[in-house]
Design a protein around this ligand. Structure first.
Ligand SMILES: [Mn+2]
Length: 367
């Protein structure tokens, strides 16, 4: 979302909670409107009545059902103790609350008509469609704001009430990073926080930066517990990564659960990992295409010179033999016969799969 000038400089709001001893906290971040993942994950969490759920920001946007996700979380919060911090994709009450401003309105028009840069309808678009308001370039934005304001009072109130930081006796929850001196927006949108963070007084739980991006040569979506920084990072890349997952992190136990939609299978034969492997990812994904063989392209990663075979449909943009590619790895997972894997995709050269949050390839047969 466009940084809002009012939020850029405003200090973050802090909600202080007293959880009390003996209760489990279930922390979940970056649902991004993927309601089926949230429901599936909560089922796997086997919630107890006295559990406290803390959403660590970015409930909304990019995924298919932002409005349904928001309503579901509001409903959940009537049934049990639920808290949430505001992420950089969540403060859509501003659509109705900000004073009219041509530049801001131009942004909202682009966002609505462009379907959030191609991600798909976000929460405001879903509200407008539900009200039968046509989303077109020359739409009456004042009327659209009034339609949202008139019909979504409880949803807007829920978003308005979200703090940027939640503090408990033992933990801090914040979406991007704990930098209150830099204002609310920085707390919500601090990319790769773990690489710049200083040690925290209390264990601090963050989302926002997909965990896979903290690794160079492996696609690993498991939560990172950094004891030196007292920092726990939990964004499994749900929606943003094709093989992403939604993580739940349990406190004080420091264990976790995850959910994705991929089918399970068992491998028939063992395979060893390939000692040399790489992960080409968003932001560093320029390759040279060396040759083409059916479903795969032999590519050289421009920055590192690393060569790997990439499924042809991973090409995002192409000009001659230069291309950019969707996240991809050539890692072969170390597997034993009988191991359970999650099947992301079957190709002519093996199976793209996941095991315990790590993505890679399996060459053998499954059952
Ligand atoms: Mn975010």
């Amino acid at each position: 979302m466009r940084p809002n000038p009012l939020l850029m400089s405003a200090p973050p709001t802090v909600e202080r909670l007293h959880i009390g001893p003996g209760r489990r906290i279930v922390a979940i971040s970056d649902v991004h409107g993927q309601l089926d993942y949230l429901k599936g994950l909560l089922e796997k969490c086997a919630l107890r009545d006295d559990d406290v759920i803390v959403f660590v920001g970015d409930l909304l946007e990019k995924g298919p059902d932002s409005l349904g996700t928001l309503r579901y979380v509001m409903e959940l919060s009537r049934e049990r103790e639920v808290h949430a911090v505001c992420g950089n994709c969540d403060f859509w009450q501003n659509f109705c609350d900000l004073p009219d401003d041509p530049e801001q309105d131009a942004f909202y028009r682009r966002y609505l008509v462009g379907r959030n840069k191609g991600w798909g309808d976000g929460i405001i678009a879903q509200m407008l469609r539900e009200q039968g308001v046509a989303i077109v370039r020359d739409m009456d934005l004042a009327a659209a704001k009034a339609a949202v304001r008139d019909h979504y009072g409880p949803e807007l109130d829920f978003l308005r009430a979200l703090p940027h930081i939640i503090e408990t006796e033992d933990y801090t929850f914040v979406h991007g990073g704990l930098v209150p001196e830099r204002g609310a927006f920085a707390c919500m949108k601090l990319d790769h926080y773990r690489t710049v963070a200083k040690p925290h007084e209390k264990w601090t739980i963050v989302g926002h930066w997909p965990l896979v991006l903290y690794h160079e040569d492996i696609v690993d979506a498991r939560p990172i517990v950094d004891g030196d920084l007292r920092l726990i990072s939990i964004d499994g890349g749900c929606v943003l990564k094709d093989d992403g997952q939604l993580n739940a992190f349990f406190l004080p136990d420091m264990t976790w659960e995850s959910y994705d939609r991929f089918p399970t299978a068992r491998v028939k034969t063992a395979q060893a990992e390939n000692p040399r492997h790489w992960y080409i990812r968003h932001g560093d994904n320029a390759v040279e295409i060396l040759s083409e063989e059916g479903e795969f392209l032999r590519c050289r990663h421009i920055r590192t010179g690393y060569e790997m075979d990439i499924p042809a449909d991973h090409i995002l943009t192409r000009e001659g033999d230069r291309a950019t590619v969707n996240d991809v790895t050539d890692y072969r997972l170390p597997l034993e016969a009988g191991d359970e894997i999650r099947v992301v995709r079957v190709t002519s050269r093996g199976i793209m799969c996941k095991k315990d949050g790590v993505s890679g390839w399996y060459d053998g047969e499954i059952e």
